[in-house]
Design a protein around this ligand. Structure first.
Ligand code: ES4
Ligand code: ZN
Length: 373
């Protein structure tokens, strides 16, 4: 598709470097960052579909090269000698083993410009993947605990999202995700601060270590978010049991489930999710890398589609899990033999399940229909 050609080259090269440095408050001092990694080598798929990315942690888009570039700019000494040593840590045994590295690498994010550069790098890469609308999670508590203010992380990301449609052709929304291994009081405090700041968030999410931190722990948080007119999503059924999905629906009144793959263990729940058209934001490469499933060939996605579930394909933490949305689709096609029809169906699901305006959804669905697949 044309978007591939249009996306490579100049827009990409300036993404993490020139633009960001030129617009930052101290543009004279901030050294330019290196080009976003390996963009020139990204394989151009025969059919890159226009999609909405609904499950994406912005901190999970920090590529190793950007981690090193930001560390250098901020004078931070990393506990890895070089890129290869960092990359050698990307062998995960479960969710927690990933989260340990994910939180550790956030140490390089100190200034608004760091958050802006990370966001710009994601959007430039996502545009190549066919992403036309993105709902982006940010983990404010993971930054507050390091002494980085709410304003710094939110403004850094939001300043780039504000111009994402003009700059990258991607409409965006920001979602504040809360760490479920911390207390509900901590989450409530941060939510109140976000509301007091009038932060441009469209909704809240729930992420981090799932097992042992069930939805019941966050009922007041989600009630407050609903009261404030915010959308509500939660990770459930990634590592946790099907009962966590049920509780996210019943106790948190969520509008989407992130992951949800373990619903397949409970036929009554599957029937309910189908009846309610409940969106499940599935992340196949993430599930393989975190060992929620043994291999991509054994991923439940085909069974979920066959059951009539409202599933979409998402990248979760693409810098850590081996690829962006296009990579997820490409591997689903090559490894599972997923049909073009199913890919289009999931692209349409992603658009319909987004919190975009009806106008934007109609525009993207028309674009999908016209994509010639
Ligand atoms: C996450 Cl894959 C995943 N699961 C739960 N929490 C997360 N935070 C970032 N990625
Ligand atoms: Zn996730």
């Amino acid at each position: 598709m044309e978007t591939n050609d249009a996306g490579t080259g100049t827009g990409t090269e300036t993404a993490a470097g020139t633009d960001a440095a030129a617009t930052g408050p101290d543009s004279g001092e901030a050294p330019e960052l290196t080009e976003a990694p390996e963009l020139a080598e990204i394989p151009v798929e025969a059919h890159i579909l226009p999609v909405a990315e609904l499950h994406l942690h912005i901190e999970g888009t920090l590529e190793p090269e950007l981690i090193f570039a930001l560390a250098e700019r901020n004078g931070i000494k990393l506990p890895y000698a070089d890129l290869d040593e960092l990359r050698s840590r990307y062998e995960f045994t479960d969710l927690q083993s990933f989260l340990d590295l994910y939180y550790a690498n956030m140490a390089v994010l100190r200034t608004e410009q760091d958050f802006a550069d990370m966001t710009r790098a994601y959007l430039s890469r996502a545009a190549l993947a066919g992403v036309r609308h993105a709902e982006i999670m940010l983990d404010p508590q993971a930054h507050l605990s390091r002494g980085v203010s709410l304003e710094t992380c939110v403004n850094g990301v939001a300043s780039v999202l504000a111009g994402s449609q003009e700059e990258f052709g991607i409409s965006t929304l920001l979602i504040a995700a809360f760490l479920r291994d911390l207390s509900e009081d901590s989450a409530l405090e941060v939510l109140e601060q976000l509301l007091a700041l009038d932060a441009p968030i469209a909704g809240i999410g729930l992420d981090s270590a799932e097992v042992g931190n069930p939805p019941a722990k966050f009922q007041r948080l989600f009630a407050r978010a609903k009261d404030a007119g915010l959308h509500r999503i939660a990770h459930a059924g990634e590592e946790g049991p099907p009962s966590y999905i049920i509780d996210a629906l019943d106790l948190l009144d969520v509008e989407r489930i992130d992951h949800g793959i373990r619903c397949m263990e409970d036929p009554d729940l599957v029937e309910r999710l189908v009846d309610e058209l409940m969106p499940l934001t599935v992340c196949p490469l993430s599930n393989v890398r975190l060992r929620a499933v043994d291999t991509l060939a054994e991923h439940p996605l085909p069974a979920m589609l066959a059951a009539g579930l409202n599933v979409s394909v998402n990248s979760d933490d693409p810098a850590y899990f081996g690829g962006y949305v296009d990579d997820n689709f490409a591997q689903l096609k090559s490894v599972i033999g997923l049909s073009e029809f199913d890919c289009v169906r999931m692209a349409a699901n992603s658009i319909r399940s987004s919190f975009a305006t009806d106008e934007r959804k109609a525009e993207l669905l028309a674009e999908l229909a016209a994509s010639g697949v």
